[in-house]
Every structure is written in structure tokens, then in C-alpha cells.
Design a protein around this ligand. Structure first.
Ligand SMILES: *Cc1c(COP(=O)(O)O)cnc(C)c1O
Length: 495
């Protein structure tokens, strides 16, 4: 990286601020707080601004280019969401404010709970979990507690398909349960024969099954009704991993399909910024018999206990509520509220019709790309109509030395973020492509053209791929060393 670090543009005596003269007595810092060896950078304001703006431009973001990261739903985040999240009445709230002075925020939470319940076909929703994986943990703990209350505490096995996201088995292990993998069949669905065998084997020990629909191959589970029936008949519950909800909004309601619990990734489906680890929201919806187990507090309407809200003198009755058999809190306070404001804004902005269009266009875009890339790259399930994403392979007959990693790196030279690579694990050399609904035909075509050109380059100038990226600020990394030999702190000469 050639970019200088802030300490390297320092010049003694330069300042980015000029403070007024101190008009209070100076007090030295308590002993031990000052560190002589920790110099502060000395730079002028313009150098400071340029430094950080330059750094910010070195990152690829959804506002700078196409970001078809499969399973992550990197759609455009409308700026109106940001404006709503910055409204002072929301942004400046303190989480410990009395209910009566925060009725607007409670109303937003209440309505978002109701909207998500309606969209997902569930009876009740909690907005506490901070991410999808956190929602999974919440959901599995709910399933487990419910089964224990039924006198079924011996149940300790969760089935997860081999196409599942790694968070599914991780959640299961963290809950103290055992993971048993279910294979996929040739069409990319859960293998029903194998599922029957596993259920027969684990029957009375079964907590349930975690299912992503559409699954991580981008395919709608054609056997979903059979899968749900088989697990339910064995006394188990079905957890829905809702990360791929973007494909079926307004078209299918998982609660109606028979899923007992599901998490929504608000930061994927409902367009809040993500990447880089958060904050996010993994709201969880449940069917009626599980509503009392939700983590709280959630917002409830108490019609008999109204109070006047200051300023508007409107009467309201929204209060925090702890469900009676709750698994407890899973997060401090009420979840990542700013993310909830954005998701709420997005849902209201689209309305029911708009949300359905979101999914229809997401599916159309993915199928368009799949059709354009067919015959150039292998697409193992390309004979099926895909949902919002599809999985190709970075395997080229004419260039046997080229791998998916080379293709992904080369894509960066064309200004595109690479797709998800090497996931799902069951597809060798996977390239998992999810364009989302917010991209134009021109962008999709440019991306397809780039991938087609790269396939040609792989044959004629493979070195170009092997040494890519060439235009990015950071060139080809040694992936193993980058992970094993982390340099996280500034060290002179170590830029
Ligand atoms: C993203 C994702 C998750 C996990 O969600 P996080 O919000 O990243 O914790 C789980 N399952 C699938 C299929 C996903 O794509």
C-alpha cells in the first residue's frame, strides 16, 4: 500500500484546529494518564481531510460500485433511510428515558414488530437480536425452552442441510445441541430419503431442523412442504433462516408455509447498511404457541393503561413488555434502534406492492445474469429457474490452472466487488452471485461482459488473472499470511 499513514504526514507544530484561549485554570492530567511515547499526529485541516477522504475512497462500497456478494443482499440503501435515522427525536433518545417521553420510538418499534409479523406470516416478533446469527441463537433457544416445557428435555439434535450457512451449525453448537448434517439431492433440494432416515435415527432426540428457503444455492426448496411435515410429525420444530427473504417478499409467507421460528436479516432484506461487522438486526418471528418465549422487552399495547404524551397531548398506551416465559434478554436495551428506523422507513416507502416488486425484480435480475453466463462458466443447477441468486463455478476447460480466486481478484480490476466465493461448500470453486433488485440492466450487462472477458483472458493471458488485482490499492495478498500474521497496530515502516 502506497498511501501514507497519518503519522507519516506529520509536521511539528501544524494544527487542524485553533482553539480559543483557555479561560479556566489548567489542571494537569492525573498521574499515569499521559504517555510520552504516544505522540498525537500534527497535521493541517486540509491534509487531515484529504487523508481520510482518500482512505474512504480506497474501499469498495455499495455507493461506489456493484456488489454482487451472494447471500449478503448488498442492495442500495436509500438515503431517505439515513435521513429518518438522523431525526433528532430518534437519534438523540436515551435508552433509559421513561416510556411516556419516548412514545414515538415505542410506536415505531411496535409497528415494525407488526409489519414484520405480517410480512413473514408470524404471530409475534422481537427486534432484539443484533444480527442474523444472533437471531438464530435466539430462535434455537426458544425452540429448546419450549420443548423442555413440554417435558421433552431429552431432545438435543438439530438437522442442518449441507448447503446451510456456517452460522446454522455454529448456533446449534453454541446452544449445547448436536448438529447432524442432511445431504442435498441432485436438484439442490433437501434429500428427502436421507432426511427420513435421519429422522428415524434421531426421532425422540430431535429438536428440529434449520432450513434456508430459498436455500444457499439460490433455489426454492421444492420439497419444503414434505420437509416441514416430516419434522413436525417427529415432534420437532422447523427454524427458518430468513437471510434469503429478499426473494419471496409478498409472495410466500414462511409462517404460513409452516416454519415455527424465523429470523429476518433487516440489514439484508430491508436495506440497512452492512458489511464490516454491523450494526445489524436479526429480528425473530414466531408462531403463536412460541410468542410467550420471545426475548424482551418488546413493545405491547395496553389499552387499559393509557397516559398522556407530552407535547402532542395525545393519549398512548405503548409499554415495554416481557413475555411471561421469555428466554430472557439477548441484548442490552432494545436492539440496534437506528437499524430499526431504517428498516421501518424502507418498508413504509415500498408498501405491500412495492415489496413484492422488490422480490420479483431481484429474481428477474439473477435469472438474467444466470442466462448470460450460461455456457461460459459451469452453473450446476442452471437447468432450474433461480431465485434471487445462483451459484456458478470458476472452472474453465480451456484454462485448467485458473481458480475461482483468480477470477474474483481479476473482477476488481473492472471495478466490481467479487461475488461470494467458495460458498456454499457443496459446490467446488463456487462463485455465488446475487445482483439484487436495485441494479440496472446496464450494470448487469457490464458485469456479465467482464466475466466473459475474464474467461477469455484466462485462456490467452492467465498471468493477468494470477497476479490480479492490478488497479486496487492493495494488490494480491498472501491469504494465509494475511490471516495468520495480523498487523493491527501502526508500526513505523510497516505500512
Ligand atoms: C448472512 C447470513 C446469515 C447470518 O446473518 P448475519 O447477519 O451475518 O449474522 C445466516 N444465514 C445466511 C444464509 C446468510 O446469508
Amino acid at each position: 500500500m502506497t498511501e501514507p499513514l497519518i503519522y507519516e504526514i506529520c509536521q511539528a507544530g501544524r494544527r487542524a484546529v485553533s482553539l480559543p484561549a483557555c479561560d479556566v485554570p489548567q489542571t494537569p492530567l492525573p498521574a499515569g494518564c499521559e504517555r510520552e511515547e504516544l505522540p498525537l499526529p500534527e497535521v493541517s485541516e486540509i491534509d487531515l481531510v484529504r487523508h481520510y477522504v482518500r482512505l474512504s475512497q480506497m474501499n469498495h462500497g455499495i455507493d461506489t460500485g456493484f456488489y454482487p456478494l451472494g447471500s449478503c443482499t448488498m442492495k442500495y440503501n436509500p438515503k431517505v433511510n439515513e435521513a429518518a435515522a438522523r431525526i433528532a427525536g430518534f437519534a438523540m433518545l436515551h435508552p433509559l428515558q421513561p416510556e411516556a417521553s419516548a412514545q414515538g420510538a415505542l410506536a415505531l418499534i411496535y409497528e415494525l414488530q407488526e409489519l414484520l409479523a405480517e410480512i413473514g406470516g408470524f404471530a409475534a416478533v422481537t427486534l432484539q437480536p443484533a444480527a442474523g446469527a444472533h437471531g438464530e441463537l435466539t430462535g434455537v433457544l426458544i425452540m429448546r425452552k419450549y420443548l423442555c416445557d413440554q417435558g421433552e428435555s431429552q431432545r438435543d439434535v438439530i438437522l442442518t442441510p449441507d448447503s446451510a450457512h456456517g452460522t446454522n451449525p455454529a448456533t446449534t453448537s453454541m446452544s449445547g445441541l448436536r448438529v447432524v448434517e442432511v445431504p442435498s439431492d441432485r436438484r439442490g433440494n433437501v434429500d428427502l430419503a436421507a432426511l427420513k432416515t435421519l429422522i428415524a435415527q434421531h426421532g425422540p432426540r430431535l429438536v428440529g431442523l434449520m432450513l434456508t428457503n430459498p436455500n444457499t444455492l439460490g433455489l426454492f426448496e421444492e420439497n419444503v412442504q414434505d420437509v416441514l411435515r416430516l419434522v413436525h410429525e417427529a415432534g420437532g420444530l422447523v427454524y427458518g433462516d430468513g437471510a434469503n427473504f429478499n426473494a419471496i417478499l409478498g409472495i410466500a409467507r414462511p409462517g404460513e408455509l409452516g416454519f415455527d421460528v424465523m429470523h429476518y436479516n433487516l440489514h439484508k432484506t430491508f436495506s440497512t447498511p452492512h458489511g464490516g461487522g454491523g450494526p445489524g438486526s436479526g429480528a425473530v418471528g414466531v408462531r403463536d404457541f412460541l410468542a410467550d418465549y420471545l426475548p424482551g422487552p418488546i413493545v405491547a399495547r395496553y389499552e387499559s393503561q393509557t397516559f398522556e404524551v407530552a407535547e402532542t397531548s395525545k393519549v398512548s398506551s405503548l409499554r415495554w413488555y416481557m413475555p411471561p416465559k421469555s428466554i430472557g434478554r439477548v441484548k442490552a436495551f432494545y436492539g440496534n434502534f437506528g437499524i430499526l428506523v431504517r428498516a421501518y422507513t424502507y418498508i413504509l416507502m415500498h408498501g405491500a406492492e412495492g415489496l413484492r416488486q422488490v422480490s420479483e425484480n431481484a429474481v428477474l435480475n439473477a435469472n438474467y445474469l444466470q442466462a448470460r453466463l450460461k455456457g461460459v462458466y459451469p452453473i450446476p443447477h442452471g437447468d432450474r429457474v433461480c431465485m434471487h441468486e445462483f451459484v456458478a463455478q470458476g472452472i474453465l476447460k480451456a484454462a485448467p490452472g485458473i481458480r475461482t480466486m483468480d477470477i474474483a481478484k481479476r473482477l476488481m480490476d473492472f471495478g466490481f466487488h467479487p461475488p461470494t466465493v467458495y460458498f456454499p461448500l457443496i459446490i467446488p470453486e463456487a462463485l455465488m452471485i446475487e445482483p439484487t433488485e436495485t441494479e440496472s440492466k446496464e450494470t448487469l450487462d457490464a458485469f456479465a461482459d467482464a466475466l466473459i472477458q475474464i474467461a477469455e483472458e484466462a485462456r490467452t493471458q492467465p498471468e493477468l488473472l494470477k497476479t490480479a488485482p492490478h488497479t486496487a490499492p492493495v494488490k494480491r495478498l498472501d491469504e494465509v499470511r494475511a490471516a495468520k500474521d495480523l498487523v493491527l497496530c501502526y508500526a513505523p515502516g510497516c505500512g
